[in-house]
Design a protein around this ligand. Structure first.
Ligand SMILES: [Zn+2]
Length: 55
């Protein structure tokens, strides 16, 4: 079983999402996670966006 989908983990008890820190491949800074309208990681420094694939 691959674990590539483990970008974040939902805690069903509290309803919160636990994020794993993700580093921007371009500038090396920590990226921010946005759920809406689609799950994605966004780097506020250089504008890099990486979409999260569900499954
Ligand atoms: Zn960046």
């Amino acid at each position: 079983m691959a674990s590539r989908h483990k970008l974040y983990k939902i805690d069903y008890r509290t309803g919160r999402i636990r994020l794993k820190n993700r580093v921007c491949p371009k500038c090396g800074r920590v990226m921010a996670f946005h759920r809406e309208p689609v799950p994605r990681w966004h780097c506020g420094y250089c504008g890099y966006v990486e979409y999260v694939r569900k499954r």
